[in-house]
Design a binder for this molecule. Structure first.
Ligand code: AMP
Length: 311
């Protein structure tokens, strides 16, 4: 899937389809901007007995996104992918304006990956003038990203709710890479009784372990070297967790490793995988990490097997 020139960049291969991406931009049956039209094609496909999968993204697609499309193609007949850089999930001073938007390359990647529809709504179609409605999730949205990025999960929940309305699929696919986001979306879907199944897919990583992220493109080569500290801190956490270490001791070791590698830590924590509260015996846990390498903010996490005597 990845061409030699793209190795190490994490970019998914656009391949020969790249040449045809411009054609796709004019193909209104597969590249859809209007939410009502999008809803119409998905509703018609499902009425014809087809199972539809949906992968929401902000574009700048890499192999992590493509893995979600592949998972969707495994259990659905048709896959829709949205590309929308959602302004409401970015805080003031964050990277909304400079977030990469390589639309033609993204369309080519989705062609190669086998997606049937690419949904690229305008901002005004998602947030009509005077829009005054927001979806606010409590519980798993508290703490971590919710605390460091106030309003972030209101933006995420609102846009996902809106996108699920425009793309009324059978199943929606999300990456475990954004673990807290998966908990927030699951809670929203359950609380609002939204008629969609959710699938959470494993994090796709570079050979050295760095989790693929559209933001990795911001890293200088020195920063790219230091960025592996996040996954290394998670590996340390996993080994210590399995050896029975107390959470406070694990978190201290994570912080020491991250600081030593020059990562400015936002958090490094071991928590219950569902509630994101302190771990409970015999339940799955997760190690979470977030921090800045230079000016680039990265997050990562690793699932931890249940153990007795979590502490
Ligand atoms: P984004 O475009 O960053 O909003 O991500 C869109 C979806 O892709 C989200 O469900 C992310 O969790 C998922 N995703 C991002 N990076 C990865 C990765 N490295 N592996 C798997 N899924 C990912």
């Amino acid at each position: 899937m990845v061409t030699p020139s793209e190795k190490g960049s994490g970019r998914a291969g656009a391949g020969p389809a790249a040449d045809h991406a411009a054609d796709r931009i004019g193909d209104t049956s597969r590249l859809i901007h209007d939410p009502v039209a999008m809803q119409g094609v998905v509703t018609a496909a499902r009425a014809a007995g087809r199972r539809v999968g949906f992968v929401p993204t902000m574009g700048a697609l890499h192999r992590g996104h493509v893995s979600l499309v592949a998972a969707a193609l495994e259990d659905c007949d048709d896959v829709a992918v949205s590309i929308f850089v959602n302004p409401t999930q970015f805080g003031p001073g964050e990277d909304f304006a400079r977030y990469p938007r390589p639309l033609a390359a993204d369309i080519a990647i989705l062609d190669n990956a086998g997606a049937r529809w690419t949904f690229v709504p305008e901002g005004a179609a998602i947030y009509p003038a005077g829009c005054a409605t927001r979806v606010v999730v409590d519980g798993p949205a508290r703490g971590f990203e919710g605390e460091i990025r106030p309003g972030h999960f209101v933006g995420v929940a609102t846009v996902v709710c809106r996108l699920l309305h425009a793309v009324p699929a059978d199943v929606a696919y999300f990456g475990a890479k954004d673990w807290q986001q998966t908990r927030v979306i699951e809670r929203m879907v359950r609380d609002l009784g939204l008629p969609v199944e959710l699938r959470i897919c494993p994090t796709v990583r570079e050979p050295d372990g760095l989790a693929l992220s559209s933001r990795n493109a911001y890293l200088s080569s020195d920063e790219r070297g230091r960025a592996t500290a996040l996954v290394e801190s998670l590996r340390v956490a996993t080994a210590m967790w399995e050896a029975g270490a107390a959470c406070a001791v694990i978190e201290a070791a994570m912080r020491e490793l991250l600081e030593h590698r020059g990562v400015v830590i936002d958090y490094a924590a071991v928590v219950d995988a569902e509630s994101l509260e302190p771990p409970v015996d015999a339940r799955p846990a997760v190690a979470l990490v977030a921090g800045r390498v230079g000016v680039t903010r990265l997050i990562d996490n690793m699932p931890l097997r249940p153990r007795s005597g979590a502490g």
